[in-house]
Design a protein around this ligand. Structure first.
Ligand SMILES: [Zn+2]
Length: 90
């Protein structure tokens, strides 16, 4: 009469996988690449704000406010160019 399988020797547990971290679709998570990923969402938000302002403030429209989009793009590019590339991959 057997009492079950013999106990197996203790094995060290496998190392836990690194936690998932979203990198904005790229392979690099340095400061410069992270700021580069802000350009698209920032422009979309700005376009939305410009159209909303055109709806709410009937005295101004997209024709008067569109340069704000260029300013926002410039600010994001400036932040991107001054960011550190330490840890940049790719
Ligand atoms: Zn990078």
């Amino acid at each position: 009469m057997s009492e079950g399988a013999a106990p197996t020797p203790q094995q060290s547990p496998a190392p836990a996988p690194a936690p998932y971290r979203y990198r904005g679709g790229g392979v690099c998570d340095c400061a410069r690449c992270s700021r580069r990923g802000l350009l698209g969402p920032t422009v979309l938000i700005t376009v939305g704000v410009v159209f909303l302002a055109g709806q709410l403030l009937h005295s101004v429209g997209f024709g008067e406010l569109w340069p704000i989009i260029l300013i926002v793009i410039g600010v994001v590019k400036l932040l991107e160019s001054t960011a550190s590339t330490e840890g940049h991959r790719g």
